[in-house]
Design a protein around this ligand. Structure first.
Ligand SMILES: [Zn+2]
Ligand SMILES: [Zn+2]
Length: 101
């Protein structure tokens, strides 16, 4: 019972796929913009099948919106929101360039 001592965030934050149950199209983990300094909770990973999709953008915007509730965060929260937005835009652009379907 003590094999997994703590919760692991190894499911995609958009579709919920895991190492054991990947997406039908096949996917791998995408490096995310998580920063533990501001986000005490580890940011769930993102899979390649979801990177840059409308659902991914929606999730990024939701995280930016939730950051604004951290009233004591000051400029660092603004900085983090910009970081999340930039990373999401980059994924969105990459998807447009690589996938022509
Ligand atoms: Zn996914
Ligand atoms: Zn996946």
């Amino acid at each position: 019972m003590s094999k997994t001592p703590r919760i692991r965030y190894d499911a995609c934050r958009v579709c919920g796929c895991t190492d054991d149950r990947a997406c039908e199209v096949g996917c791998s983990w995408v490096k995310t913009e998580s920063r533990d300094k501001i986000n005490p909770d580890p940011v769930p990973p993102l899979c390649s099948a979801c990177a840059g999709t409308p659902a991914d953008m929606q999730e990024a915007l939701r995280r930016i919106a939730s950051l604004s509730r951290r009233r004591n965060g000051g400029f660092e929260v603004v900085d983090e929101a910009a970081r999340i937005a930039r990373a999401a835009i980059r994924r969105f652009k990459q998807r447009g360039e690589t996938a022509d379907a």
